[in-house]
Design a protein around this ligand. Structure first.
Ligand code: TRH
Length: 388
C-alpha cells in the first residue's frame, strides 16, 4: 500500500462508541489533527452523536452529515448502506476493531487502488504490543494492518498535536490566564491558593474515602470534578445532587462540580491543577502531556486484566533515577483495587504529597522520553505512505 501524495489524501475513521467518551474522544482528536496538520480530507463516521456532543458542543445530533473543525462528520446509522468505489477514502481506519459496513468493505475491495486499511487499537504499556504493531491480516482480498499506540519507538506512539507543549507552557506560566479559566466555574482567588486537584474516574473508585481524607487533612484542597463523575460519592459529600455549579466546603476540602467541558478546555483544566486523577485512555494521555503528577483509573476488564495493564504502565512510569516512586505505585494500585492499604487514603495522600516534587520531575522526563517516539497521527501517515 502506498498513498499518492500528489492530490489531497482522503481518510475515513469509523468510530463505534462502546461506552463513555474515550472512543469518540480519541477519534475526534485524531481526525482534527490529521486535517489541521497534514491537510488530510477526513470523514469521521460516528454511531453516537449525543456522546460526541458532550466533548464537542457544536455537534448537531440530528444531522446526517456536518462539517466540524474542517472534518466531515457523518452519522453512522446502520450497517446496510451501499457504497460506490469512488466514495471510498484513500485510508480507512476502523477504531477498536469495530465492524465497518459490509457495503463499504465491498467497495474498498473494488476500488483501484485499494485503500490502506488500518485497525487502530487501544493503548497498553504491555510488551506484547511491540510484536503486534503493524501486523497484517488478509481480509476480502485486501490486507488489514493493526496499528497500536504505545510508549516506545516500536509502537505508533501517543496522540499529540503540534504546538501542544508550547500552549501548555504559556498557560502554566500565566497565573492570570489560569485564574481567568477557572473563575467561570466559581473558583475564588482564595481557592486558587489551595492544592488544586481534578477528578475524573469510574464510579467504583474509592472516592468517598479520598474526599474524607482530604476533608480531615491539614492542607486546603480544591477538588474540581466534572458533572456525572463519581456522582454518588460527590453528591454524598455535597449533601445534594452533584450537578454543575454545586459546591461545598467541609474541613480542608472544597469540592466544585464543573460542567463537562469541551476537549480543549479539559486540557486547560489538567494544566491548571496541581494533581490530576484521570481515567480510560485519552484523559490518561492528556495528563501525561500536562506535565503534572497524576493517578490513572484504568478501564476495568474481566479477570482483572486491567491490573496487568496498570502494572505494565507503572513499571515504565513510576521509576526515576532513585528507583520506584513507591507512593505513586501504591496509590495507583489502591485506587484501582489492585492492593489494600492499611490506612487507606489517609496514609497514601500524605506520601504522595511528599513525593510530588519527584513526580513532577518525572512528568517532565517522561514527556521528553515520549517525544522521541513521534506522534500517533504522524506515525500513522508515514506508515501508510511507505511503499510496500
Ligand atoms: O470516558 P472514558 O472512560 O473512555 C473510554 C471508554 O470507556 C472506552 O470505551 C474505553 O475503550 C476507553 O475509555 C479505554 O475515558 P477517556 O479515554 O479519558 O475519554 C474521556 C474523553 O472525554 C477525553 O477525550 C477527554 C474528554 N473530556 C472532555 O472533553 N471534557 C471533560 O469535561 C472531561 C471530563 C473529559
Amino acid at each position: 500500500m502506498s498513498i499518492n501524495q500528489e492530490s489531497t489524501t482522503s481518510l475515513a475513521i469509523f468510530c463505534k462508541v462502546v461506552d463513555n467518551f474515550g472512543d469518540i474522544g480519541i477519534c475526534w482528536r485524531l481526525a482534527r489533527q490529521l486535517q489541521r496538520e497534514h491537510g488530510v480530507a477526513v470523514t469521521l463516521w460516528v454511531d453516537d452523536l449525543a456522546s460526541f456532543r458532550r466533548i464537542c458542543p457544536e455537534i448537531d445530533v440530528a444531522a446526517t452529515i456536518q462539517q466540524q473543525a474542517g472534518v466531515t462528520v457523518r452519522h453512522w446509522r446502520d450497517q446496510g448502506s451501499q457504497f460506490a468505489p469512488a466514495e471510498i477514502a484513500d485510508i480507512v481506519i476502523e477504531f477498536f476493531a469495530c465492524d465497518i459496513p459490509p457495503g463499504y468493505i465491498a467497495a474498498m475491495a473494488q476500488r483501484q487502488p485499494q485503500p490502506a486499511w488500518l485497525n487502530l487499537e487501544g493503548l497498553s504499556a504491555e510488551e506484547w504490543v511491540e510484536g503486534c504493531h503493524k501486523l497484517t491480516s488478509p481480509r476480502h482480498g485486501m490486507i488489514k494492518h493493526f496499528f497500536f499506540p504505545g510508549f516506545t519507538d516500536k509502537t505508533g506512539g501517543l496522540l499529540r498535536e503540534a504546538g501542544l507543549e508550547e500552549r501548555r507552557r504559556q498557560f502554566q506560566a500565566d497565573p492570570a490566564a489560569m485564574r481567568a479559566f477557572l473563575a467561570p466555574f466559581g473558583v475564588t482567588a482564595h481557592e486558587m491558593t489551595a492544592t488544586k486537584v481534578s477528578l475524573f474516574c469510574y464510579p467504583h473508585a474509592p472516592v468517598a474515602e479520598l474526599l474524607a481524607s482530604w476533608q480531615g487533612g491539614g492542607e486546603p484542597i480544591l477538588c474540581l470534578v466534572p458533572e456525572g463523575v463519581a456522582f454518588d460519592a460527590v453528591s454524598g459529600f455535597i449533601g445534594a445532587n452533584a450537578i454543575a455549579g454545586a459546591t461545598c466546603t467541609q474541613g480542608a476540602l472544597t469540592v466544585r462540580v464543573l460542567p463537562f467541558v469541551p476537549q480543549d478546555d479539559y486540557d486547560r483544566l489538567l494544566w491548571a491543577c496541581d494533581f490530576n486523577f484521570v481515567r480510560g485512555e485519552d484523559s490518561f494521555v492528556r495528563a501525561q502531556w500536562a506535565g503534572k503528577p497524576f493517578i490513572w483509573h484504568i478501564y476495568p476488564q474481566d479477570e482483572n486484566l486491567h491490573h496487568v495493564k496498570l502494572r505494565a504502565f507503572l513499571q515504565r512510569y513510576a521509576l526515576d533515577a532513585d528507583g520506584v516512586i513507591d507512593s505513586l505505585a501504591d496509590a495507583s494500585e489502591y485506587w484501582n483495587g489492585a492492593r489494600t492499604a492499611e490506612a487507606g487514603w489517609s496514609g497514601l495522600w500524605p506520601a504522595l504529597r511528599t513525593d510530588m516534587p519527584r513526580m513532577a520531575a518525572k512528568a517532565g522526563d517522561w514527556q521528553a522520553q515520549m517525544l522521541v517516539n513521534g506522534d500517533l497521527a504522524g506515525n500513522l501517515l508515514s506508515f501508510v505512505r511507505l511503499p510496500r
